[in-house]
Each structure stands twice: as C-alpha cells, then as structure tokens.
Design a protein around this ligand. Structure first.
Ligand SMILES: O=C(O)C1=C[C@@H](OP(=O)(O)O)[C@@H](O)[C@H](O)C1
Ligand SMILES: C=C(OP(=O)(O)O)C(=O)O
Length: 431
C-alpha cells in the first residue's frame, strides 16, 4: 500500500535555512568507484535515498564490503577483479542511473550477472546503453533484444570504441567510460551537448586519467584506481523544489547550504535569474572536485522565459518544478528540446501537464516539451505522482500556493531522492 497525503496550508510563508541531502548522481558514483578501486573509500554526505541504497545493495551482492553510518559510507574493496559472481539477481529498484551505469561496469568483469528493477525501470530504454556496449564486445541479453530489464550480462574482455552520442545522456556516457576502463585501448565519447560530468570528475579523484576537450572525452583502459575520500555536495535537483517554493510563496526567504553548483548541473540557476528571481549565490570553494554554494531565494516577481537547446541536459530533472514556477510567471514560458522527459521514471511531459492542468494551470504539452501561460491562480485538487518522486514533490510544493487542499495519491516515492523532504518543508513553513 502506498501512502496518500492531503496537504493544506493557510497563507503560508517559508522562512529559514536547510541543508539539502547529498547529490544522488554523485552518491551513486562514489559507491561505484569505491567498489572498482582498490583499498578503502570513505564517503561523507551520502544520500540515503532509495536509489542510492539500491546501488549499495547491488555491490554488496557482488561481495564488496560496504558500511553505512548515517550519511557516512565506507567501502572496502580489493578491486573489480576480486568481486564475486552473485547468486541472486541484482535489484536496481527505481534507479535508471544504477541500472545503466552498472550495465557498463558489469560488461567488463568476468562475472555472469542478472539485473532487474521495479515496474518503472522495466519500461525505460536500455538499448541506448546496451548498443554502444555491444560495439565494445559486451554480451548483454534482455527483453526486446536488450531494450528492457531483466538484463543478463556475461562479462567479457572489452575493446575500446570511438562513439558519438546520439542523445545527451550522462548515464550513457558514464556507462561507456566505465566500460572503457576494462579495455586495452583508448575509449572516446563525443558529446554534442554537455551532460553532467560527475563521472569524469570522480575518476580523477580516484587517481585516474581522463581528457576532456571541447566535448571529446578520452580515457585509456587498464587504469588502476585507488580508494579515496569523496565529499558529496547537496543535490541541486532537490534544492530546486525549495528554490521554486521560495520564489513563488509570498513573504518567503530560504537559505540552502552546501548546494552542488557544478556548471553541468546548475542550469536552473540561469533560468531563475533569467525569470527575475531574487536569488543570491555565495560560492564556497570553486576549486573543489564538485563546487558548492550557499543559495538564498526570496519571494520574486517572475517573468516568462524560453528553456531550450543545450541548457536542457543541465536542468532536465528540474523541468517538473520549473513548470510549476512558470505558472506563476508573467507571460508564456516555452520548454522545448526536452523529449528525454518521456523516458524518465514516467513520461514527465504527460505527468506535469495533466497534473498542473488539474490545478487550473494554463499549460499544454508539445512533442518535445510544454507551453505554459502565466500567471494563473491555482486551486487544490487530487493529484497523481505516477510513483515518480519529482512529480510527487512538484505536487507538494503546489499545495503552498493553492487555497484549497492538494491530495497526492502516493508520496512514498519521494524517498527515492529526498527522504527528508517533508521534514524540511515543515521546518520552513510559517503559517
Ligand atoms: O547520470 C546521472 O546521474 C543522471 C543523468 C540524467 O539521466 P540521462 O543520462 O538519462 O539524461 C538524469 O536525468 C538522472 O537523474 C541522473
Ligand atoms: C531520472 C532520474 O533518475 P534515474 O534516471 O536515475 O532513475 C531522476 O532522478 O529524476
């Protein structure tokens, strides 16, 4: 049974400060690299979201020793060649990142593995990863010729490829690069649009070599990685919900500490500024492996914008909450080139448009995005989350600006990326 929730706030304002939990993308990678590397890896600020716990669970089944102490995680590994062939199926839950990156990692081991996830994962395309990996020699089978889970992988010796990315996807790029570590040649990935570069940055932290030059990423196989310390910054994709809440709820001022502002992730900051949001940014340490900042947002008078082109991969997960923001902005906001939204946890174009329409928003779906006419006064309704954490959180934030209650059918899914979401929301609300 999933839990529904009725949210009703009477003329709330949001005030105070929070530290959002660790970045999901970086938390996954810290465990993956810690397991591949030899020696001890310590991680601080790890996200205890269900997706990242799925990653830990998979590596434990491969015989890697992993301890969790609050948000500190310790990984002890004798390296990728010491992993054991798992007796059980590796369960990746709701996590596309786990499934796709693991596919790249497992292809170059000497193990036979089977991976599966939940019903949402069972619908998400895997050929985008399996196809380039097969060019490297990977032996992958699955439903619809490897398009859908369950996937079986017979690990083998891989060869390097030179691959031009057909979609802007950090998961595809990362799977190829991680497989590239198990080849004898130079693997090259060419990106037309820059996607998040956490894999490239973290590889260097573990003592690896990788060159990035104008969208061309090159990596030599056979590199030895050594355990290290990883400090995970707060997740800007989680911060996004409170950045938008602070901007649209009257009389609000919210400070968010330790937010990761890696430029390949921080597209939302550019959009907020473009829309006229009252946002201040204090960078902590620009030279950190992953830069962080303190962000302060105040209630803002907003104008519409167009979100398109190469900024899309840098804010793809923030589009649901940006759509809610656009309902409160003056004018017509157009979001285009965002067809990737259709293959996330759910079809996020359909989900966002249908749910915001129920609240009275003037929004229409297009083939590759949506058009939103604002500002409009939203009224409470019964919403669906589609089991998608980001749609659930969008619904919860909408309740802050509706006079009547908002009911959301399933809020449990929010724990996928932000288990403390409602604690943080409650701590900021002053009614
Ligand atoms: O590499 C990653 O950690 C992620 C990449 C993005 O997916 P795509 O690679 O499918 O764009 C993003 O939507 C996802 O939440 C996390
Ligand atoms: C798309 C997402 O994650 P994943 O692809 O890892 O399931 C997300 O967190 O919004």
């Amino acid at each position: 049974m999933t839990k529904s929730q009725v949210l009703h706030y009477i003329k709330p304002s949001l005030n105070g400060s929070i530290t959002v939990p660790g970045d999901k993308s970086i938390s996954h990678r810290s465990v993956m690299f810690g397991a591949i590397a030899e020696g001890k890896t310590t991680v601080s600020g790890f996200l205890l979201g269900e997706d990242c716990l799925s990653t830990i669970d998979c590596f434990r089944k491969l015989g890697v020793e992993i301890e969790i102490d609050d948000t500190n995680v310790t990984i002890n590994s004798a390296g990728i060649d010491a992993w054991e062939e798992p007796k059980e199926v590796l369960y990746t839950g709701n996590s596309g990142t786990t499934t796709r990156l693991m596919l790249g990692i497992l292809s170059g081991t000497n193990l036979h593995t089977v991976m599966t996830g939940d019903s949402s994962i069972g619908k998400r395309p895997m050929r985008r990863v399996a196809d380039p990996l097969r060019l490297m020699g990977a032996q992958i089978s699955g439903r619809a010729n490897g398009q859908f889970t369950p996937l079986a992988i017979q690990g083998t010796q891989l060869k390097a490829i030179d691959y031009t990315m057909p979609v802007a996807s950090a998961q595809v790029k990362s799977a190829i690069l991680l497989a590239g570590l198990r080849t004898e040649g130079i693997t090259i990935v060419r990106e037309k649009e820059v996607s998040r570069d956490h894999t490239e940055r973290m590889l260097k932290q573990f003592g690896g070599n990788i060159q990035v030059d104008n969208g061309v990423i090159s990596l030599a196989g056979g590199q030895k990685l050594t355990g290290t310390h990883v400090s995970v910054p707060g997740d800007i994709s989680s911060a996004a919900f409170f950045l938008v809440a602070g901007a649209i709820v009257p009389n609000s001022e919210i400070t968010l500490h330790n937010v990761g502002v890696n430029p390949t992730r921080a597209g939302i900051i550019e959009v907020l500024k473009e829309m006229g949001a009252d946002l201040s940014i204090m960078i902590d340490d620009e030279n950190a492996a992953e830069p962080t900042a303190t962000l302060t947002i105040k209630t803002s008078s907003l104008k519409a914008t167009t979100i398109e082109g190469d900024i899309i991969p840098r804010l793809i997960d923030e589009i649901p909450i940006l759509a809610l923001l656009a309902t409160q902005a003056d004018g017509t906001t157009v979001i285009r080139n965002a067809e990737e939204l259709k293959v996330k946890e759910t079809d996020r174009i359909v989900a966002v448009v249908d749910e915001l329409k129920k609240l009275g928003a003037k929004i229409e779906a297009t083939d590759d995005g949506m058009i939103i006419h604002g500002p409009s006064k939203l009224t409470g309704s019964s919403l669906k989350s589609y089991g998608d954490h980001r749609i659930g959180m969008m619904g919860a934030i909408s309740a802050l600006i509706t006079e009547s209650p908002v009911e959301i059918d399933d809020v449990d899914c929010i724990a996928v990326s932000y288990p403390t979401f409602f604690n943080h929301l409650d701590s900021l609300i002053k009614e």
